[in-house]
Design a binder for this molecule. Structure first.
Ligand code: HEC
Length: 216
């Protein structure tokens, strides 16, 4: 409290009486409450602060060099998209696009109209039989798990060998089914096996006479 007063007096002592625009009596309470203009101090930086700055810079520079060679794509978290056609075909996707409307996602089919794939002897038997069903279709009576169906299984030969192999592996290994997997090359050979056949198989009877009884 004393210091501002003494400074005030000091400054008044040096300044000209006439240039002192505000005389003591006109000073309002708020004016008197104001602090004085801060004076610029020419003190040197404190030693601890200098040491702290030097240490910080040293650490920063050494940290930079301790990183070693940083790869050009460091920090780039984007995943490169696979080229179309370069991924293995997803059997579930082929099934959902081509089969699910009739055989249902549960693989249980629809009673009286579409036979089940889950547990079906035609699916679990030697893979050649369901492969030929896919490549040529079936029309006519066929017994599946003890029930007789008489519908039309549309030919699927427009699908590629990769897609057919994927969907066949999918139906043979989904729900409760477990059977050997086959690959696209195997399917390509199956496509050649009855290449000059025209039209669907005539029900279960013709499938059996050409390919044999389904045997699980
Ligand atoms: C338009 C309906 C329909 C579509 C789509 C369809 N199916 Fe079928 N599927 C049938 C019918 C109906 C039968 C029975 C044919 C008969 O009665 O002669 C059948 C029979 C089958 C059979 C032999 C019988 C059995 O249940 O095991 C298999 C295997 C089969 N389909 C697999 C498939 C697969 C795999 C797809 C998709 C790639 C597919 N089906 C698409 C209607 C369809």
């Amino acid at each position: 409290m004393n210091e501002p007063d003494s400074r005030k007096e000091a400054s008044q002592g040096t300044s000209d009486e006439s240039s002192n625009a505000i005389d003591e009596s006109s000073k309002t309470r708020s004016y008197r409450r104001e602090g004085f203009e801060p004076e610029e101090l020419k003190n040197p930086l404190p030693l601890w602060y200098t040491i702290f700055c030097v240490a910080l810079i040293t650490w920063g520079v050494s940290y930079f060099f301790m990183q070693g060679t940083v790869p050009a794509d460091a920090g780039d978290l984007r995943t490169a998209l696979p080229l179309p056609g370069s991924l293995p075909v997803d059997g579930a996707a082929v099934y959902n696009a081509n089969c699910v409307a009739c055989h249902q996602s549960s693989g249980a089919g629809l009673a009286g109209a579409f036979p089940p794939l889950d547990g079906s002897e035609w699916v679990l038997t030697d893979a050649r039989i369901p492969a030929q069903i896919l490549l040529h279709g079936v029309q006519g009576e066929m017994v599946v798990m003890g029930n007789t169906y008489n519908g039309v299984m549309p030919v699927q030969s427009h699908l590629s060998d990769q897609e057919l192999a994927a969907v066949l592996n999918y139906i043979r290994n989904s729900w409760s089914n477990v059977a050997d997997e086959i690959d696209a090359d195997w399917f390509a050979a199956e496509r050649e096996a009855f290449a000059d056949r025209e039209g669907p198989f005539n029900g279960g009877a013709e499938l059996i006479s050409v390919l044999g009884e389904p045997d699980v």
